[in-house]
Write a protein that binds this ligand. Structure first.
Ligand SMILES: Nc1nc2c(ncn2[C@@H]2O[C@H](COP(=O)(O)OP(=O)(O)OP(=O)(O)O)[C@@H](O)[C@H]2O)c(=O)[nH]1
Length: 332
């Protein structure tokens, strides 16, 4: 946005200044048109409504304008100086991949254009090429660092710091993706809650409680795609299952439940047993994430009410008895 604003003002000043010179009036008109285009994009960017193709068109227009200027102007006018701003502008506007391509194309094009105008080829061309390459390299390094920092920040914002799983914030994003992509495939939600977790904290301490949560998250990770496991509350996790049949979903829920029950968690030399209750539900058309969570929470509540350490669901009624039967403690 700032870039469009700056180029709008610059383009307008240059255009108005050049318009007074009859020999470059046509070029000045193009500068003014470009300034207006910058203003238009500036407004769109302010409303966050600009699109990728508009940004590309904007960059190519600038490239064309600079190339035309260098072609038309005498070398002494030093219009060539504008070329050194291009790598920075292209990287900022288009990012690393597209920025790299257009920067290279511009460098070669400019060299071809200025070649016939040079009285002595080597010093000017060498100095141009090296200074352009230096600015290009700096732009590239800057943009790479910026992209990595942005990626790290994005990951940080969507990751639960204790368990390393996805956090609640990322749940909405994943839900949107899942419901858009797999429109006609079943999407199942497992909502898991550690039973009597307050007692774990009270009996073994908060650090031990944290260790149990981390171990449970590790255990769950073995059975699910990293993208589909979320810690959405203190001792509450949820898992998305894509395209799983009712039987597959319930079998997985039982496996998770049984494995947590079977596991002995160790923290600071203390051995801790824990169990989880699970509510399972299926996404239905027009459901929002909060509806899906509410539906799973109803099942989780039933699981808690009926004694904890069990799986409850509202999928196919006939399967419920079978799942209930499996909730008896496993023989280890
Ligand atoms: N160690 C630790 N404890 C947490 C964390 N987040 C929440 N808790 C604790 O988790 C406990 C949740 O307790 P409750 O909501 O009463 O539920 P519960 O004891 O698990 O009982 P049920 O869910 O009814 O089986 C509270 O004591 C919270 O302090 C955390 O990040 N680490």
């Amino acid at each position: 946005m700032g870039m469009c604003g700056t180029l709008m003002i610059l383009g307008l000043c240059l255009g108005i200044f050049n318009f007074g010179r009859p020999e470059v009036r046509l070029y000045a008109s193009l500068q003014i048109v470009y300034a207006l285009f910058s203003g238009y994009l500036f407004i769109l960017a302010m409303k966050n409504r600009h699109t990728l193709w508009q940004t590309h068109l904007y960059s190519y227009s600038l490239a064309f304008l600079v190339l035309l200027g260098i072609y038309l102007a005498k070398l002494e006018s030093f219009l060539l100086a504008w070329a050194f701003t291009l790598p920075i502008i292209f990287y900022l506007l288009l990012g690393r991949k597209a920025g790299k391509l257009i920067t290279l194309t511009m460098m070669l094009s400019i060299m071809v254009i200025i070649y016939p105008k040079l009285p002595s080829f080597r010093p000017v061309m060498t100095n141009f090429a090296f200074s352009y390459l230096l600015i290009w390299a700096i732009s590239h390094i800057y943009e790479s660092n910026r992209e990595s920092a942005e990626l790290a920040l994005h990951k940080l914002a969507l990751t639960d710091p204790l368990t390393g799983t996805n956090n609640r914030l990322s749940l909405q994003e994943r839900f949107n993706q899942s419901t858009q992509v797999s429109e006609h495939k079943p999407l199942t939600l497992l909502l898991l809650d550690v039973d009597h977790f307050k007692q774990v904290n009270d009996n073994f301490g908060h650090v031990a409680g944290d260790d149990v949560l981390k171990s449970i998250a590790n255990l769950l990770t073995k059975y699910t795609d990293d993208l589909d496991l979320f810690r959405i509350g203190g001792e509450e996790f949820c898992i998305f299952l894509h395209n799983s049949s009712t039987q597959e979903s319930l079998t997985l829920a039982q496996t998770l439940r049984a494995n947590v029950e079977r596991e002995t968690f160790v923290s600071q030399g203390l051995k801790i047993q824990a169990t989880i209750s699970i509510g399972v539900t299926l996404f239905k058309e027009d459901m929002q994430l909060c509806d899906l969570l509410r539906s799973a929470d109803e099942q989780l509540y039933r699981a808690k009410l009926s004694g904890r350490n069990r799986v409850m669901h509202n999928l196919v009624p006939a399967i419920e008895e079978e799942v209930m039967a499996q909730t008896a403690p496993l023989v280890t």
